[in-house]
Design a protein around this ligand. Structure first.
Ligand code: FAD
Length: 421
């Protein structure tokens, strides 16, 4: 059989896999259950504006994601690169000078506002030691890893970074994955720690142009088309939807981890994988959009927030040309109080007095990411069956649930499939 591949799931992993296969000359059919491509990083139309299901931030270290975005937007206008700076007004300010890594961070830490001298030294020594120490931190949580750090350093820096990067509370989060992120962001080039903001909605950034490339190469993109069953035999993979069924030579299953076991064929060869996926737990992320008068503008494109449910506020007027629109993000949002939006607006007033918003909308993604706990079993892109491959932010890899994990996994699953032909 000539290779004819189905990719199930049009999130960033599925779109990266489909794009890689299509560019390698394979005919691909991409199935997406929703009307919109992008999965957990997609565009949402609200109040006449194009928003995202959640404000995202990318790191300079996201090598695979940035390479794909550059391929799809060769003019380079899709992202806004900001050198690492974190400011939580009246509490903390860190700005990293243009020095080679990790000296930019060490110097930034020593010059930070809001920390005592001994705290700065402790933080600088700690990050240096973490970047050098190549031993594994198996079984350890971030809280345990950082237990000797001063309270202020953990609150303003390490634990705040853990919550935003791993979307898992420090007491539960994997120290090994946290160190992987620190190492990639601070242990290589200075530019790896840059923060990147999208200039456009998340769909336009990657999923939509990737899918367009798939159709240009002779493939098909089936939106609003949920796959209901998947049967694997030596003859091929039969994929059923509510309206039809087709047979393919191979399938890349690129759904979110909570949907994997429901789609896997009920055979003994997939039982272990199914069991692994059922043990995953999830953490929410909530985003509050506030539309103020278009004249409202923050002094910086983003600020860290303390003393309340939200950790960051982004000025979409500056990044997305949506004047007066602010996005407040609350990660690890499993225990948000009923009045969290009121509290988040109070946090914002510590930065800007913008008056009452014209409208406010919140989006709570209940299963935004899997809980990135120590020693989490993450499956390989290859499965027990040579025709079935996995792609998604949860497969084997160094990163937590992020865009980079998703695209890396998509490209790797496509490479494994191509290698098997
Ligand atoms: C609010 C929020 C904020 C985030 N912030 C950041 C951030 O700042 N930085 C960062 O790097 N990451 C962030 N993330 C994480 C990042 O968005 C995810 O890790 C990534 O998008 C996961 O992509 P994926 O392709 O693996 O999975 P998904 O995006 O979940 O894609 C799976 C797709 O499969 C489809 N599907 C499911 N079942 C079927 C079926 N039966 N048939 C057909 N299709 C099906 C789904 O509709 C979905 O489109 C955030 C996530 C959320 C929710």
């Amino acid at each position: 059989m000539n290779p004819r591949v189905a990719v199930i799931g049009g999130g960033w992993a599925g779109c990266a896999a489909a794009l890689t296969l299509a560019d390698a000359g394979i005919t691909v059919t991409l199935y997406e259950a929703a009307h919109t491509l992008g999965g957990r990083a997609r565009a949402v139309e609200l109040e006449g504006a194009t928003l995202d299901n959640g404000q995202h931030i990318l790191l300079g270290a996201y090598a695979q994601t940035l390479a794909l975005i550059e391929r799809l937007h060769p003019a380079g206008e899709a992202l806004w690169r900001l050198p690492l700076a974190l400011e939580q007004p009246a509490e903390f300010r860190l700005a990293c000078p243009r020095l080679p890594a990790p000296w930019h961070l060490v110097t930034g830490l020593l010059g930070a506002h809001g920390l005592r001298w001994q705290d700065k030294l402790a933080a600088a020594r700690w990050i240096n030691a973490q970047l050098r120490d190549r031993s594994r931190r198996d079984g350890l949580s971030v809280a345990q890893l950082t237990r000797d750090q001063p309270e202020a350093v953990n609150r303003l820096l390490w634990h705040a970074l853990c919550v935003s990067a791993l979307n898992t509370p420090p007491e539960q989060a994997s120290a090994q994955v946290f160190v992987n992120v620190l190492r990639d962001a601070f242990g290589g080039r200075r530019a790896d720690s840059d923060l990147l903001l999208a200039r456009r909605d998340l769909g336009t950034l990657l999923p939509v142009p990737a899918a367009a490339r798939v159709t240009e190469r002779g493939g098909a993109v089936r939106r609003a088309c949920r796959v209901t069953a998947l049967d694997v035999s030596d003859a091929g993979v039969r994929i059923a939807t509510r309206t039809d069924a087709s047979t393919y030579s191979h399938v890349v299953l690129a759904v979110a981890p909570q949907h994997v076991s429901g789609l896997l064929p009920r055979s003994a060869s997939f039982a272990a994988l199914s069991g692994t996926m059922r043990r995953y737990r999830y953490q929410p992320i909530a985003t509050l959009y506030l539309q103020f008068d278009p004249a409202v503008r923050l002094a910086r494109p983003l600020y860290a927030l303390g003393n309340g449910p939200a950790q960051f506020v982004f000025d979409r007027g500056q990044s997305h040309d949506q004047p007066g629109l602010l996005a407040l993000v609350a990660s690890t949002a499993s225990a948000l109080p009923a009045d969290w939006t009121v509290q988040a607006e109070r946090q914002l007033r510590g930065i800007v007095d913008a008056g009452p918003p014209r409208w406010r909308r919140r989006i709570v993604e209940k299963q935004a990411t899997y809980a990135c706990v120590p020693d989490l079993v993450r499956p390989s892109n290859r499965t027990a069956h040579p025709r079935v491959f996995l792609a998604g932010d949860y497969t084997e890899g160094p990163y937590p649930a992020t865009l980079e994990s998703a695209t890396l996994s998509g490209v790797q699953s496509a490479a494994a499939l191509l290698e098997s032909l």
